[in-house]
Write a protein that binds this ligand. Structure first.
Ligand code: MET
Ligand SMILES: [Zn+2]
Length: 769
C-alpha cells in the first residue's frame, strides 16, 4: 500500500477562531485558559478531519498561536534577554517576541517596553516568520514541551501523528545574530544546538512517536559551503543516538538538485521533495536515494488552490514506484497546507463552474488519499473520471480567455515602460510643482482600519445600509484622516484607504479575470490573515477603481494628495496565480490595467501617485541564475508599464516592505520616490549601499506591526544614524508601512513625534545653510 501524507494543516480554524481568540486575549477580553482551549479545539478538529479523510501520515506540532518558527525558538530557549527580564508568562514572552509589548506599570506588575523581533518572509510565500535571533549569550536548552504535548494530545484522541519541526540547519541559517553579537554567524552554533534537538527527539520517542518530519527547506536555497556541510554533521549526530524516531527530511518550494551532494548520504529514513514546484528533480533524486530510503513525493500543491490533475500526479508517483517499489513511496502534499484556505465548502457564492476549478486544504486531503489509492492499484475510477472532466472543463473554459487582453500584451514594446524624461530632469519640474521642504514627511497610505470601518463595510456588503450611506461614511472617514494629517503638519497627504478591505483584494474585485472567496483566509503573520483573490483568466480594468476617493480627498485640502495603488507584482504575488499562463504574462496584464488607472488618476488632478510593490522582493526566485535575472527584468518592466504614462511633473512613488531588496532592482523601477521598511534594520551597510540610489527615498522610521510609540528623541536618534551615510536632500520621513493594523491613539502619537523630529532636522539644516 502506498501511504498518503499531509505535511501540515492550516491552524487558523475554519471560522478564523484562532484570530478571534488571540486578539481577544491580547486585549484582555479572554483568559489564557480560554485561549489554550480554543487552540486545543482547532488541533482536535484538524486531526479528526485528516483521519476521517483517510490520510495515513498526519502531522502534529503544525499548530501555533503565532508562528511555528517562533515556537521553536522559544522551545530551544533562543530568547533574547530583553524578553525574559519582565518575568512574563511564557505565552506572553512569545507574543512579546512576535509583536512587541508596551505596557504601563500596574500595582502588581512592572512597566514593559520591548520591540518585536524581525519578521521576514517565509521563502517566496506570503507567510512571515519571526526570525530566530541568536546572541553569544544564547544558551540552548529545552524550554517547554509543545511538540511532545501535542503528540500526546493527538494520541489521546486516537490519532497517531508525526510531529513536525524545523531542522537545525534551516533554523540557524534562517536566523540572524542579535544586535549585541553582530559578528556571530548563527550556523557556527550548530554543535551547541544539536544535543538539544536530540533531547527533544528522545522525548518524542519516549512519548511513542515512531517518526518525525524534520523540515530543512533551506535545501532549496543557494547555500554557502559551511551550511551545506552542516547537514552531514547534524543528521549523523542524530543517527549516532539510538532510539530516536525515524526521520523524514522534508524540503519544499524548489529543487534540491544543487544541494544534492549535501543530502544524498544523510542517514535519514525518508526524503520529501516538492514535485509540484520542481518536478524536474525527480530523476536525480531517485538515482541518489540510498537503498531502503523512502521518497515522500509532494505531488499535491500546498501553495495553490487549483484542483490537482490526478492522472498527472499519479504518473509522477508511478515513476518513483517503478524504481523504488510501493513500500518506499509516499504520496504527499508538496508542502504544509498552511498556505491554502481551509475549506472550499465554506464558499457559497462562487459559480459552480469556477468552484469546480478549485481545491482547498480540506479538499486536498481527499486528493492525496485518492492519488495514493490509485497508485496502490485500488479502484478509484469514478474519482479519476470526475477529476479528468474538471481538468478538461477548466482548460476549455471561456472564463480564462480574453483575446483583446492577449492582443494588448502582445503589443507591449519597450517605449511603453519609459518615462518622457529621466529623473534628474523630471525632478526639477516636480520641485516647482510641489515646493516640498527638506525632509518631506508622508505616510505609506493606510490609516487605522477601525472597528467602525469594518462594521460599516459589513453592513454595506450585507445590504443593511445603502451605497450612498456607505459612501458618505467613507467620505467622513477620509475627511477625518485628511484633517488629522493637516493638523500635525504632514507634507504629502493620503486619503487613508478606509474603503479598502485589503490592498490586493480591493483592486482584484474591480478587475476582470479574478475570482473571490468569502472565507478563503490564509495566515500572513500572527493574527493577520489575508484572503487572496484568485486569478482565473486574462486581466483587464473595466472602470476606474480608486479615482473617486482620491479626488474627494484632494478636493478638501490644498496639500498634495497622494493617490494609492497596488502594483502589478504585488497583485500577482498576493493572489493565487494561474498556472496555465506565465507569471510575466500575468504581470504585464496587470501592469496594463494599472496604467489605465494611473492615467485616469492623473487626468483627474492627482499629482502624486504611489504604486505599492511590497511583494517585489518575495517574487524573487529563490536561487541565483537566469530565472532570477529574467524576474528582475519583467517585474520592473510591469511596474514601469503601469507608471510611465504620466507627465514629468507627476511624482510616482513606490513602497516596499522589508529591506533586503537589491538597490539595483529598485532603481530599475525608476520611481521618483520610494519608501522602504527599515526600522528594524540596524545595518549601516545597507544604507550605504542604498545611498547612491539616484532618486528620493524614505527609510521607514518606525515599526507599524507593533503598538509601541517611539518618542521624538528616538526618531531624532534614528534619523541621525541614517544621515551619517544618507544624503539629506534625498531623504523622506515616513513610517515603515501602512497604519491599517494600528489604533488611532498610537498612530496619532507616533506620527506626531515623527513629524516633530522632521521639523527638528529641517530647522537644524536650515540654520546651517
Ligand atoms: C504592505 S504595504 C502597504 C501599503 C499600503 N499603501 C498601506 O499603507 O497599507
Ligand atoms: Zn509595507
Amino acid at each position: 500500500m502506498v501511504q498518503s501524507s499531509v505535511l501540515g494543516f492550516p491552524r487558523i480554524g475554519a471560522q478564523r477562531e484562532l484570530k478571534k481568540t488571540t486578539e481577544a486575549y491580547w486585549s484582555g477580553k479572554v483568559s489564557r485558559d480560554e485561549l489554550f482551549k480554543v487552540g486545543k479545539e482547532i488541533r482536535a478538529n484538524n486531526w479528526k478531519l485528516q483521519k476521517e479523510a483517510g490520510v495515513d501520515v498526519i502531522a502534529s506540532n503544525d499548530f501555533s498561536f503565532y508562528d511555528h518558527i517562533l515556537d521553536l525558538a522559544v522551545l530551544l530557549n533562543v530568547i533574547p534577554e530583553r524578553y525574559t527580564k519582565y518575568e512574563l508568562e511564557p505565552i506572553d514572552v512569545l507574543f512579546a517576541m512576535g509583536r512587541g509589548l508596551q505596557r504601563k506599570a500596574t500595582e502588581t506588575s512592572k512597566a514593559v517596553d520591548v520591540t518585536a523581533l524581525e519578521m521576514v518572509k517565509w521563502f517566496d510565500s506570503n507567510y512571515h516568520y519571526v526570525r530566530p535571533t541568536f546572541s553569544t549569550s544564547t544558551e540552548f536548552k529545552l524550554n517547554g514541551s509543545k511538540p511532545i504535548d501535542e503528540y500526546l494530545e493527538a494520541k489521546e484522541l486516537g490519532v497517531e501523528t508525526r510531529p513536525v519541526i524545523l531542522g537545525p540547519v534551516s533554523f540557524l541559517f534562517l536566523g540572524k545574530s542579535d544586535k549585541d553579537s553582530l559578528d556571530l554567524e548563527p550556523i557556527t552554533l550548530l554543535e551547541k544546538i544539536l544535543p538539544v534537538y536530540a533531547e527533544l527527539l528522545e522525548k518524542l520517542a519516549a512519548a511513542g512517536a515512531q517518526s518525525v518530519q524534520i523540515d530543512e527547506p533551506a535545501l532549496v536555497l543557494d547555500l554557502p559551503e559551511n551550511v551545506q556541510a552542516a547537514f552531514k554533521t547534524a543528521y549523523e549526530f542524530f543517527a549516532s543516538k539510538s532510539g530516536l524516531p525515524k526521520i523524514t527530511l522534508a524540503t519544499y518550494f524548489g529543487t534540491i538538485i544543487p544541494n544534492l551532494d549535501a543530502v544524498k548520504s544523510l542517514p535519514v529514513d525518508a526524503l520529501h521533495i516538492d514535485l509540484v514546484r520542481a518536478p524536474e528533480q525527480l530523476d536525480a533524486v531517485l538515482a541518489a536515494l540510498q537503498p531502503e530510503q523512502k521518497l515522500s513525493a509532494g505531488v499535491i500543491d500546498g501553495r495553490n488552490i487549483w484542483k490537482s490533475d490526478f492522472a498527472k500526479a499519479s504518473e509522477i508517483v508511478n515513476k518513483a514506484i517503478e524504481k523504488l517499489g510501493k513500500d518506499r513511496v509516499v504520496v504527499a502534499t508538496s508542502s504544509s497546507l498552511l498556505h491554502t484556505p481551509v475549506d472550499l465548502n465554506n464558499e457559497t457564492k462562487l459559480s459552480d463552474e469556477i468552484k469546480d476549478f478549485f481545491s482547498f486544504a480540506t479538499q486536498k486531503l481527499d486528493e492525496v488519499v485518492v492519488v495514493a489509492k490509485n497508485v496502490s492499484g485500488e479502484d478509484v475510477k469514478a474519482a479519476l473520471e470526475k477529476n479528468a472532466a474538471s481538468v478538461k472543463s477548466r482548460a476549455e473554459s471561456s472564463i480564462t480567455n480574453d483575446e483583446s487582453v492577449q492582443k494588448r500584451v502582445s503589443e507591449v514594446d519597450e517605449s511603453l515602460g519609459r518615462r518622457a524624461a529621466v529623473f534628474t530632469e523630471r525632478s526639477k519640474e516636480q520641485e516647482v510643482e510641489f515646493k516640498l521642504p527638506l525632509f518631506p514627511t508622508t505616510t505609506i497610505g493606510s490609516f487605522p482600519q477601525t472597528k467602525e470601518i469594518r462594521i460599516n463595510r459589513n453592513k454595506f456588503t450585507k445590504g443593511t445600509i445603502t451605497k450612498e450611506e456607505y459612501e458618505k461614511f467613507i467620505e467622513e472617514e477620509i475627511e477625518r484622516v485628511v484633517r488629522f494629517q493637516e493638523e500635525i503638519g504632514l507634507d504629502v497627504l493620503v486619503h487613508g484607504e478606509p474603503e479598502r478591505n485589503d490592498m490586493v483584494q480591493y483592486f482584484g474585485e474591480q478587475l476582470k479575470g479574478f475570482a473571490f472567496t468569502q472565507n478563503g483566509w490564509v495566515q500572513s503573520y500572527g493574527s493577520r490573515y489575508v484572503r487572496p483573490p484568485i486569478i482565473v483568466g486574462d486581466v483587464s480594468r473595466p472602470a476606474p477603481m480608486s479615482v473617486k476617493e482620491s479626488v474627494y480627498a484632494q478636493s478638501i485640502t490644498t496639500k498634495p494628495l497622494k493617490g494609492m495603488l497596488t502594483g502589478p507584482i504585488t497583485i500577482l504575488r498576493w493572489s493565487f496565480p494561474r498556472v496555465d499562463a506565465s507569471q510575466k504574462t500575468q504581470a504585464f496584464q496587470l501592469g496594463l490595467a494599472l496604467r489605465d488607472e494611473v492615467n485616469d488618476l492623473e487626468a483627474a488632478g492627482i499629482k502624486i501617485i504611489q504604486v505599492d510593490e511590497p511583494a517585489l522582493r518575495e517574487g524573487l526566485p529563490l536561487r541565483a541564475g537566469q530565472e532570477r535575472q529574467d524576474y528582475y527584468e519583467w517585474a520592473a518592466e510591469s511596474f514601469r508599464i503601469a507608471t510611465a504614462g504620466v507627465k514629468n511633473s507627476t511624482q510616482i512613488h513606490s513602497h516596499f516592505c522589508y529591506s533586503d531588496l537589491d538597490p539595483n532592482h529598485i532603481k530599475a523601477l525608476d520611481a521618483d520616490v520610494v519608501s522602504i521598511e527599515f526600522s528594524k534594520k540596524d545595518d549601516p551597510n545597507y544604507i550605504r549601499e542604498f545611498s547612491d540610489y539616484p532618486n528620493h527615498a524614505g527609510l521607514g522610521l518606525f515599526d507599524i506591526h507593533s503598538p509601541r510609540i517611539p518618542s521624538k528623541e528616538e526618531f531624532i536618534q534614528k534619523i541621525a544614524t541614517i544621515l551619517e551615510v544618507y544624503p539629506i536632500e534625498k531623504f523622506w520621513i515616513n513610517p515603515d508601512c501602512g497604519l491599517k493594523t494600528r489604533g488611532w491613539e498610537e498612530t496619532k502619537a507616533s506620527l506626531t513625534n515623527m513629524v516633530e523630529a522632521a521639523k527638528f532636522y529641517r530647522e537644524k539644516y536650515a540654520k546651517k545653510d
